[in-house]
Every structure is written in C-alpha cells, then in structure tokens.
Design a protein around this ligand. Structure first.
Ligand code: DHB
Ligand code: FE
Length: 280
C-alpha cells in the first residue's frame, strides 16, 4: 500500500539556488540558512521517500499569462530544470512517477478537482530550490517527484480552504494506490514577502510565527483566512503560503511537528521550514 509518511513545508527563494550553484553556501549570509536544513537532510536520509508530491508555484517559467491553470499535475517521466533567465540550474533532471501521478489525477478528477494534466513541464526554482535544501547537491535526486503546480501568481488563486481540501483528496488518492510506496507531500513558497509595489520588502514575523504555530495543531484557523487576509498580513507573494495547506490537508486531522526553522533575511523574504508527520 502507498502511504503518506511525512509533510515538509519550505520556502523556495531563488537566490538560495543561485548561492548553491555558485559555491556560496559557506558565505556568512547563506550559512545559517543551509544550516537550518541540516537536521532535515539527515532525517530524510533515513526517511527515504520513494516519491515526493511537491506542491509549488511556477513563476512565469512553464506558464505565462496565456494559460493559467489553477492546479496542474505533472504526469511525465521527467521534468527539466527551467531556464529562468540565467540558463537552467545545474541540478539533476527531476524524475517523475507517471503511474502514481495518473492514479492521483484520476482520483482527484473523480473527486471533482479539475486538474490540468501536464505531460511536459519545465520546473523552476519553486520546485528545485526545496529539493536542493532537502537533498543537497546529489548526482541524481534520491526520490521521484510529482510536481503539483498551483496558481498563486494571477488573481484569483484558489482559497486556502480549497487547498486544504485538495490535500485531503490527495491523501485519499495515495491510500487507494495498489503499489507499495513511501510518499511525502511538500508545500513550498512563502513565507511573508512582497516583491513589488509600495509594500515591497514586507516581512511579517508575527504572522509567519502564527502560521507555523497553527499549521500543526489548528490548521482550521489558516483555512478560514481569505485572500485579503493573506495579502494584507503576508504580502502579495506571501499568498504562496496557501500551498502549505495542501501539504497539511494531506496529513490528516492530527499531525506532529518534528522540526522547525525560521530565519530572516533570505533575499526578499523570511525562510520558513517545517517537518510534520501524520499522527494516528
Ligand atoms: C523571492 C522569490 C520567490 O519566488 C519567493 O518565493 C521568495 C523570495 C525573492 O526573489 O526574494
Ligand atoms: Fe515564489
């Protein structure tokens, strides 16, 4: 049987990828950020997921204003790192798991989530930076990855509550897969940040702390927040946090926190990271 054994939340700041790719991990600015994931790299070495369902948002790399899927799932054999303007990151190609991805897609669509099916998709920093933070710089990623892209770029994104429900439907889909697989769900993006406009540079540590506190034991408080609440408190790009609720919804009613990390600054945002496990 396939089972979701853990959930990971992580920021996906592009400059972290650039720092790794340019050998700057030892710099004073980046060192504490990577150190905040030391525990997790050790943990995941032992946890050994077969597949990661990696919830992220595309930043105008695979999609443009021409086509904007609310929820898109990657069913391909593999996904190439996207060229975000400086050439693709020199990280391994992301290997997919088409069989599980198609199973989840069918299950979600029958559960009335209208998924967009991606048979080809390049993946940008939203997906590759969390892989780097969690796995370091291996020759090949040690887990298969099913990318799940969420529109948090163009208004209106899905609501926080809808995201949580999608996570619940993903859990049901994985539980009904006939194969034996150790599956993790990751939610990426955030934490509070705003990249443009008069509030550019916004970081709201009290809100970020509240979000991390409630995620484990009281996600209902985060599900009920509106788009306006997220934008007001976390900034326009802080909207990315709704993707963490897909991860949380996939863990079931009760979850336990194994690890947490929070650090300011990293580029224009606060780096937030959490490792959760479902509790029976
Ligand atoms: C930045 C960009 C992002 O996409 C993100 O999620 C966080 C930070 C940045 O440019 O600082
Ligand atoms: Fe982002």
């Amino acid at each position: 049987m396939a089972a979701i054994t853990a959930g990971v939340g992580s920021s996906h700041v592009p400059a972290i990828g650039a720092a790794q790719d340019n050998g700057k991990l030892g710099d004073a600015y980046w060192k504490p950020i990577f150190a905040g994931y030391d525990w997790s790299r050790h943990w995941i070495d032992n946890a050994k997921p077969d597949v990661v369902i990696l919830v992220y948002n595309d930043h105008a790399s695979a999609f443009s204003q021409d086509v904007i899927p609310t929820f898109a799932i990657g069913c391909a054999e593999s996904f190439a790192p996207a060229d975000e303007g400086w050439g693709p990151r020199p990280v391994p190609v992301v290997e997919g798991h088409p069989e599980l991805a198609w199973h989840i897609t069918q299950s979600l669509i029958l559960a009335e989530f209208d998924m967009t099916i991606m048979n080809r998709m390049d993946v940008d920093h939203g997906l590759t930076v969390p892989l780097s933070l969690m796995f370091g710089a291996p020759d090949a990623w040690p887990a298969k990855v099913i990318p799940l892209a969420v529109n948090v770029i163009q208004y209106p994104p899905p609501t926080a509550n809808r995201c949580y429900k999608l996570g619940e439907a993903i859990a049901a889909a994985v539980a009904s897969y006939p194969g034996d697989l150790n599956v993790q769900v990751w939610g990426t993006g955030g934490m509070s940040h705003q990249l443009t406009g008069t509030r550019a540079g916004l970081i709201n540590t009290p809100f970020d702390t509240m979000f991390l506190d409630k995620l484990t034991a009281d996600p209902a408080a985060l599900r009920s927040l509106s788009h306006a609440d997220y934008v007001r408190e976390a900034g326009s790009e802080g909207m990315e946090l709704v993707m963490w609720l897909i991860m949380r919804g996939a863990l079931g009613r009760d979850a336990g926190e194994l690890h947490r990390f929070y650090h300011v600054p990293a580029s224009n945002t606060a780096v937030g990271h959490i490792v959760l496990v479902p509790e029976p």
